[in-house]
Design a protein around this ligand. Structure first.
Ligand SMILES: [Mn+2]
Length: 388
């Protein structure tokens, strides 16, 4: 039997970080569709993130992206977040939007361009000192488009050198999260294409380097929960970039395409007793809301993660283990599926009421008038957008 009080206790420890870019205008390489009331600067993005936290109670931190969220005074930005009941979270670097990086950033054949890229990563650590952020998240678009274009091993060496320089700059309590992605924008070979490559670099660097799993960054059919289990086993899972994919790096709302996959991932997390922050695993959303209203989409995403987690917590582990040990294939599968098929929405409504929140975050947000308020306020100026 599952102890419902324990389920709620674990859910209470859960934290989900939202991304500043989720609140800004975004799109595809074909078109960015502007929406009303979109933030014009990082301060307004943080106000939207704080609003998501106000209605969900589990999303107090917001990730920043440098240079999109560059401000003159990061300590002031952190103060602004705290005043709204939020905090600044992970710092995401960007070495993929400068002309110099056409042939790569930290793996570029030109040492001057490599130095420029590494100095941006070091600047991100300087910013972490000011914002109090724990994690530097690194994603590199580096790779090649044609066989023979560059030397695979030399590029790995250049990557390792740059990572080592940045790693040495990390302060106590700061970490480096290395993200991998199968392909795009490079189409022949990506320099950090998979968890194995990220893992090898992190092992070489040391304890403060961990792998981050972006759920959209795999080939179709990849068993992501297996990767989760492996990295947990090796104590190298630093965090997630949650989102959902139908085809490639779709960046849609987490749990939209495959809520069962999200449940299977959270099942591995629950088995490792790693839901809360004590696990050292950062649970982040990395999504863009191109056609749907942004703040409700982020609230829905947080709720999707909560629902998957609640279902994973409802797995009867005694029954599961007994069936596994007895070689009872169908019984073990049934123990898992029973939990997955449970409607956890009533449980989560009760959970939110216990926290003093409205049990229905989306309805409460719609009733709050926040959207009308920002629509009236955010007139003039330039709305933040993809690449802004
Ligand atoms: Mn990501």
């Amino acid at each position: 039997m599952t102890d419902l009080a324990r389920v709620r206790d674990v859910l209470r420890t859960q934290r989900i970080e939202t991304a500043s870019w989720a609140y800004a205008n975004s799109g595809t390489r074909f078109k960015v569709f502007g929406q009303e009331a979109v933030p014009r600067d990082p301060y307004e993005k943080i106000a939207d993130a704080a609003t998501v936290h106000r209605f969900t109670g589990v999303a107090p931190t917001v990730a920043l992206h440098i240079p999109w969220d560059k401000v003159a005074d990061y300590a002031d930005l952190a103060r602004h977040a705290r005043e709204l009941g939020a905090e600044l979270g992970t710092i995401n670097s960007n070495v993929f939007q400068d002309n110099d990086y056409m042939l790569g950033s930290v793996t570029n054949p030109d040492p001057a361009i490599r130095a420029k890229a590494t100095s941006h990563l070091l600047e991100c650590v300087d910013i972490m000192d000011l914002t109090g952020s724990r994690d530097l998240k690194l994603w590199f678009s580096d790779g090649t488009n044609y066989p023979g274009q560059d030397d695979v091993r030399r590029r790995q060496d250049r990557l390792a050198d740059s990572l080592a320089e940045v790693y040495a700059r990390l302060g106590d309590g700061q970490r480096m999260l290395l993200e991998y992605k199968l392909f795009e924008p490079a189409f022949y070979m990506t320099d950090v294409p998979d968890w194995g490559t990220a893992y090898l670099h992190c092992v070489a660097l040391g304890e403060k380097a961990k792998v981050v799993i972006d759920t959209g960054h795999h080939a179709p059919g990849t068993n992501i929960e297996f990767i989760v289990a492996q990295l947990l086993r090796a104590d190298k899972l630093g965090g997630f970039d949650f989102n959902s994919r139908f085809y490639a790096d779709d960046d849609l709302m987490v749990g939209a395409a495959d809520p069962f996959q999200l449940f299977r991932i959270m099942h591995e997390i629950v088995l490792a007793d790693a839901v809360g922050p004590a696990s050292g695993i950062a649970y982040m959303l990395d999504q863009c809301h191109n056609i749907e209203p942004k703040i409700p989409a982020v609230i829905r995403s947080v709720m999707n993660v909560q629902e998957a987690t609640a279902k994973a917590l409802l797995v009867d582990h005694d029954a599961l283990r007994a069936a596994q040990d007895a070689g009872d294939v169908l019984g073990a599968n049934e123990a898992l599926m029973d939990a997955y098929h449970t409607d956890v929405r009533p449980l989560l409504r009760d959970f939110r009421e216990d926290l003093g929140l409205d049990p229905e975050p989306l309805e409460a947000y719609r009733r709050s008038g926040y959207f009308d308020k920002i629509k009236a306020e955010r007139v003039g100026g330039e709305q933040a957008g993809w690449g802004a």
